[in-house]
Design a protein around this ligand. Structure first.
Ligand SMILES: Nc1ncnc2c1ncn2[C@@H]1O[C@H](COP(=O)(O)OP(=O)(O)O)[C@@H](O)[C@H]1O
Ligand SMILES: O=C(CO)[C@@H](O)[C@H](O)COP(=O)(O)O
Length: 501
């Protein structure tokens, strides 16, 4: 039997799995880390900490499974998207990475629009210029930390740094490159003209490859650090949403994944790139060669619940959280939560949107806060589903994914708010599975991503079904949810301006 390794560099943790060629997960290791929030609106992580955490998970999973490193035939990656990792001539990180949830580059995003114009953005980049994406973050560095900018040799996406540590090779893949805002989505190449126009150095951008291409082999040094065998082939892998969708078997139109991870994502595959009129959804390259993805993105999904739990409640266990949520009736007795704790992408593309509890009364307890956060996150997913409808995206099957899919009550809320049957797949660690599958295709173990998914991924036959009465009630709540943003938008913007005294 041969084995594949999938590494998912998430925002809250890194997970590493060993999967056999039939798709059976033999072992999983996880290491958590925090975001560094130096100032309100900032979000950074140190690539050195990522690497240390990755090393620990690789050692742990090899140890616990007892699988000899020489039997690992290929390694693939999935990674949090959009972030800016800056490395110098010696291939070392110059400073902590500015990650996707960072909001410091508001001015730079506006500047990029004014330099290249909204129509060109729509035609080439096909995505809104938004804080936390690599291009505006890099422009921020150029303006605010010129001493860092001067030292840059290459800019990478988060998981690309881990691949560099394993193989010594710099590079990226289409899924992640297309989510930097410096990429020509239709033609699948760096938008060098645009990069130059905004005053950035095109030499910073590494080569771009298919997710299934082999990037290199594990070096002797990396082998000593991790316990992997030197010479093990390593593929490029992809952004977490693309990898997660492969782990969910989303390889043909009609299948939609609903992810509640740190962020929230509604994702489907499309045969040609399309752009929503106001660029309120994302259009990126998908890992299945020659295809694209359409995605609704919510910035604080699982993050809203972990914020509530860590900062407001007293670090309850998930079992306690889910039990408390179950004790409250649908609608949280008139309490409505807007999950815009770090602004919102779909559908508002508004970095000044703010999180809100509306309708608090003396009767509300922590159980109500928990349920209402879960409901607010799913209303945000519904916004993306509605947007997919307006774009005529085929939606036959909805598959729940991410940490939030481990909660039965959150699945139940998804079925009722969306008024859809919600399925899950047999694989638990979907992003790692997607990463391992790309490695398997890269080394020739599987013919294609699609054929690997057909063999490995199974949709569980029993979905979570909506209850018509609850779904009808939630439909009314959804109208209130939508109007809450419209009615408070101006106030959110005024409050965002008051963040610094
Ligand atoms: N058992 C659970 N019950 C409820 N929510 C959960 C559970 N497990 C994880 N979550 C939610 O999922 C989030 C983490 O999801 P995950 O997909 O692991 O994140 P990431 O890939 O961003 O690191 C947590 O913030 C939490 O809100
Ligand atoms: O911002 C996006 C997608 O646009 C996220 O996919 C990030 O890439 C982080 O994802 P998780 O850590 O929540 O999985």
């Amino acid at each position: 039997m041969s084995y594949l390794m999938g590494i998912d560099l998430g925002t809250s943790s890194v997970k590493t799995v060993i999967m056999d060629e039939n798709g059976s997960i033999k072992g999983t290791a996880q290491q958590s880390y925090e975001m560094m929030i130096e100032k309100s609106g900032y979000a950074e992580q140190d690539p050195n900490f990522w690497w240390e955490a990755v090393v620990r998970t690789i050692k742990q999973v090899l140890n616990e499974t007892g699988i000899h490193s020489k039997k690992i035939n290929g390694i693939g990656f999935s990674g949090q998207m959009h972030g800016l990792v800056m490395i110098d001539q010696n291939l070392l990180p110059i400073r902590p990475a500015i990650i996707w949830s960072d909001q410091r580059s508001r001015k730079e995003a506006a500047e990029i629009y004014s330099i290249i114009g909204r129509e060109t953005v729509k035609k080439i980049v096909m995505n809104s210029i938004f804080t936390g994406f690599q291009l505006p973050s890099l422009l921020w560095i150029k303006k605010n930390e010129p001493f860092v900018y001067e030292k840059i040799n290459k800019v990478l996406l988060p998981k690309d740094y881990i691949r560099l540590k394993l193989t010594g090779e710099c590079g990226t893949d289409f899924t992640d490159a297309s989510a930097t805002l410096a990429f020509d989505i239709q033609n699948r190449k760096w938008a060098f003209d645009l990069i130059k126009k905004v005053g950035l150095n095109p030499d910073f951008y590494p080569e771009v490859h298919e997710s299934i291409d082999i990037a290199g082999q594990v070096t002797v040094k990396a082998a000593e650090e991790t316990g992997l065998a030197p010479g093990t082939p390593v593929v490029y892998g992809g952004g977490d949403q693309s990898m997660q969708s492969i782990g969910n078997g989303i390889v043909k139109p009609g299948q939609v994944s609903l992810t509640i991870g740190t962020g929230g994502q509604t994702f489907s595959i499309i045969p040609e790139p399309i752009c929503e009129t106001e660029m309120r959804t994302h259009t990126f390259c998908h890992a299945v060669p020659g295809t694209w993805s359409i995605m609704g993105a919510n910035l604080a999904a699982g993050l809203s619940l972990s914020w509530l739990n860590k900062k407001i409640l007293s670090n309850l266990s998930y079992a306690e959280i889910n039990e408390l949520a179950k004790q409250v009736t649908p609608g949280s007795e008139g309490l409505l939560f807007l999950p815009y704790l770090s602004g919102e992408r779909t559908p508002h593309m508004d970095d000044s949107a703010r999180g809100t509890f509306l309708g608090l009364t003396l009767n509300h307890s922590k159980a109500h806060l928990i349920r209402s956060v879960m409901e607010g996150v799913v209303f945000a997913l519904k916004d993306s589903v509605e947007m997919f409808h307006s774009l005529n995206i085929k939606m036959d099957t909805f598959i729940a994914s991410g940490g939030g899919a481990r909660s039965d009550i959150w699945l139940n809320i998804q079925a009722n708010i969306l008024n859809k049957e919600i399925y899950k797949v047999n694989q638990l660690e979907q992003a790692c599975t997607g990463a391992a599958i790309t490695a398997g295709v890269g080394i020739g173990k599987y013919d294609s991503i699609q054929s690997a998914c057909e063999t490995i991924i199974r949709i569980n036959p029993e979905p979570v079904r909506p209850d018509p009465a609850v779904a009808g009630f939630y439909n009314e709540m959804y109208e209130l949810y939508k109007s809450a943003y419209v009615q408070n938008k101006q106030l959110f913007h005024q409050l965002a301006m008051k963040q610094d005294f």
